[in-house]
Design a protein around this ligand. Sequence first.
Ligand code: OAA
Ligand code: MG
Length: 245
Amino acid sequence: MTQTPRPPLDPDDLAALGEASTATITTQLFKHGLRNTFLAGLTCVTPDARRMVGEAFTLRYIPAREDIDTLEVYDDYDHPQRLAVEQAGPGQVLVVDCRGQGRAAAAGNILLTRMAVNGAAGVVTDGTLRDIEEISRLPLPVFATGAAAMTNLAQHHAVDLQVPIGCAGVAVYPGDVMVGDADGVVCVPRHLVPVIARTAREQELQEAFIVARVAGGAPLRGTYPPDEATRRAYDESRGALPATD
Ligand SMILES: O=C([O-])CC(=O)C(=O)O
Ligand SMILES: [Mg+2]
């Protein structure tokens, strides 16, 4: 299908998003009116992998049908699932729409090993994965709802690459930026990346200051959220630079 050209992402913005928590990013998106950006119910199944940040490369599954989705379809190296695995490259996160259905796996260890070797930035699905023990050792951030041994053709039929999808109830457009950490995965609409990157960085700095005060015994009142005096102390700690919102 034809791809709409997308303006390139600024590496500094990606770095800032990669350093911000998903909690911070969801709050910043909320401030911009977006409340449905967190892919609830997914956990990171590769706990030793780096933090995840990258552009969404989408793959859409529909329900399988027994007369179509036979095991022989995998003899075709151009099966859409296989194309997605080969094509999602450096800087890209494969986001797989399983319609929240997990009785058969979205993918398994061989496919995700291929993605790790290709330098993909991560894998996200609102379904399950097979070979989960081996996957858990991959150096690739992977998020899913859990494990299922059954191969994906039993429940899923791969139809589209790089189209808008729903994943865990969130709209994900190709090129949106996916960020993942221990809390889960958030989708940042591409056009909001510069502003969210900047304000998320600022929130992280302010929260580091606040948590140090709370850990040191400060009460919530006056500290969290910060009142005028705490904000002034924070600004002074930052070399008197005024906080941006
Ligand atoms: O058949 C599948 O779902 C794929 C699989 O097991 C793998 O990638 O190792
Ligand atoms: Mg396997």
